[in-house]
Design a protein around this ligand. Structure first.
Ligand code: SF4
Ligand code: SF4
Length: 136
């Protein structure tokens, strides 16, 4: 099983389509909605899709054929190692332990695959060393 994160952009024409329902029912994809800003004029939805690589590819094709703009988010946040002071604030605040303190060096490293895109570390970082890669 693979988990991939996507930013979906809807237009007024397709925002009322039940695409997430169809992803679950017809494409057997598990969906986790990470962030949403959608109204009748359109909007953006950040989701994590879990399934086989083939299932996710088919789901993306379905979304695109429905007129939804699909952008894969390989990294939700980026840590600037030059700015980081290894203070550990992000280690304490991250709900899924996506930051780790290296034994010995005490250097803080970021594990992108664990990140669930909550955004809490961005504001918590004193020197602003963590930036969002995409806004919703
Ligand atoms: S965005 Fe949230 S889940 Fe991702 S690293 Fe930051 S605090 Fe952790
Ligand atoms: S909060 Fe910022 S400065 Fe502190 S360890 Fe995390 S990334 Fe580095």
């Amino acid at each position: 099983m693979t988990i991939k994160k996507f930013l979906l952009t809807f237009t007024p024409d397709n925002v009322s389509e039940p695409v997430t329902y169809r992803l679950v029912k017809e494409y057997d994809i598990m969906i986790n909605i990470l962030r949403a800003e959608v109204d009748e004029k359109g909007g953006r939805l950040m989701i994590a899709m879990e399934g086989s690589g083939l299932q996710i590819d088919r789901a993306v094709k379905f979304l695109e054929s429905s007129g939804v703009n699909v952008q894969e988010l390989k990294e939700f946040v980026k840590k600037d190692d030059d700015r980081c002071t290894n203070c550990g604030m992000c280690v304490s605040i991250c709900p899924v332990s996506a930051f780790m303190v290296e034994k010995g060096t005490r250097k803080v490293t970021f594990l992108n695959e664990k990140c669930i895109a909550c955004g809490m570390c961005v504001d918590a970082c004193p020197p602003g060393a963590i930036k969002l890669r995409a806004q919703v």
